[in-house]
Design a protein around this ligand. Structure first.
Ligand SMILES: NC(=O)c1ccc[n+]([C@@H]2O[C@H](COP(=O)([O-])OP(=O)(O)OC[C@H]3O[C@@H](n4cnc5c(N)ncnc54)[C@H](OP(=O)(O)O)[C@@H]3O)[C@@H](O)[C@H]2O)c1
Length: 367
């Protein structure tokens, strides 16, 4: 017992020393990081320190590439903090009417107040005069409340073009939701399942529309067999992190099954792993695994994670980028290609069509 305690303290000590060194390096590298941030087009933010992964690999989508979203209505779950907050700010900053679907009215109201200022600061050229962000009460831990939230939105009579199922909890100690379902499965999957299905008719009548599901690479650490439907609530068959993995696998399976059901609609379902992002997602590490685990998470977040602003670009890309699915652009490309063929090859038929015509005429009629 004493040995265990000693090594525990020692690890914490090492982490403290590493953290102190991290702080020194951060200060030393502040100028180049600041420059790189400007290069990527977003201002320095009061999130945890930003690090090499964000800057070395760099985002492929940028806030400058986001289209004008005037007239679009979006819901972002868990928008009061982290990736959801960054997503809400960017959507509102490009003209969308955004609903922050959050469980705490106070946290959401404070976040919206901050966001309304940030929208104008970060997106001065695209933000509308009066950015529209509203609170929608949504507690994914209680399916009756989820249903109520969807109804509250539907009663407003608005279209719904973008739904970002972003809320999530990770690695929390074993507990049951209000409906008696293991909590990570309940919040991360079941709550979003009910919310999405209740909103689906509205999403369909608003098409083209998007549903973005936040999953995680963590889905690979699921319980044995993927999803253990028979023993979902059996605490002995899972750990805090395999339960997270199971819920994130459920996000992918749900997203794919939904996309299949919507294949004839212009409702597009996209599933994202945002990368490793410095957010409050690991807030239960202390409670579940102890103080050292929390320090490890904090250290990794400091050195290896992206800022929420950079991490959110993946879900924003999936929620907003239009190029490949832009029918106008598709037709424009078609006309341009035909025009280019005429210009380069004259009025001649393309080689493949000419060959096909020759074959069919030499083969003669078939009965
Ligand atoms: N950060 C990463 O590295 C990472 C990696 C892979 C995937 N993801 C995924 O990204 C998504 C966003 O996570 P994040 O990193 O931004 O985490 P975060 O900062 O902890 O934000 C999570 C959000 O979910 C909300 N939430 C939790 N329980 C809820 C409930 N019962 N009902 C409604 N909302 C609830 C939280 O609200 P409160 O503030 O009220 O608790 C918060 O707004 C999650 O789905 C996560 O699995 C993140």
């Amino acid at each position: 017992m004493r040995v265990e305690k000693a090594s525990h303290t020692e690890i914490a000590g090492w982490l403290n020393r590493i953290e102190a060194a991290t702080g020194r390096l951060e200060r030393a590298s502040k100028t180049p990081l600041g420059q790189l941030e400007r290069f990527h087009g977003f201002p320095r933010h009061s999130t945890p320190p930003t690090f090499w992964k964000t800057y070395v690999s760099g985002p492929k989508y940028s806030y400058d590439q986001m289209p004008d979203l005037t007239g679009k209505v979006a819901i972002v779950t868990g928008a009061n903090i982290g990736l959801g907050y960054a997503t809400m700010v960017a959507l509102a900053g490009h003209g969308a009417h955004v609903f922050a679907a959050c469980r705490s009215k106070q946290r959401a109201t404070e976040a919206i107040e901050r966001a309304l200022v940030e929208v104008k600061e970060r997106f001065p050229n695209t933000a509308p005069q009066d950015p529209q962000i509203e609170f929608l009460e949504l507690d994914l831990n209680d399916l009756h409340k989820v249903r109520r939230a969807a109804k509250e939105f539907l009663d407003r009579g608005l279209p719904l073009h973008i739904l970002v199922n972003n809320s999530g909890i990770m690695g929390v100690p074993y507990q049951l939701s209000a409906d008696g379902i293991e909590s990570q499965f309940a919040v991360n999957h079941m709550g979003h399942f009910v919310f999405t299905m209740d909103l689906l008719d509205r999403i369909k009548t608003s098409q083209p529309s998007r549903i973005v599901v936040l999953s995680s690479l963590g889905h690979e650490t699921t319980v044995k067999g993927g999803i253990d439907f028979e023993t979902l609530n059996d605490e002995t068959k899972s750990s805090a992190m395999t339960r997270y993995g199971r819920s994130k696998l459920a996000n992918i399976l749900f997203g794919k099954a939904l996309a299949r059901r919507l294949k004839d609609e212009r409702v597009y379902v996209n599933i994202a792993h945002p990368g490793f992002v410095a957010t409050a997602l690991s807030r239960s590490a202390n409670e579940t695994y102890g103080a050292s685990a929390e320090k490890v998470f904090d250290f990794m977040k400091s050195w290896m994670a992206m800022t929420p602003e950079t991490g959110a670009l993946t879900q924003l890309y999936l929620a907003t980028t239009a190029y490949a699915r832009d029918e106008e652009l598709q037709e424009k490309l078609w006309e341009f290609s035909e025009e280019l063929v005429r210009e380069k090859l004259g009025k001649k038929k393309p080689a493949a069509a000419a060959a096909a015509a020759a074959t069919s005429s030499s083969a003669g009629p078939k009965n």
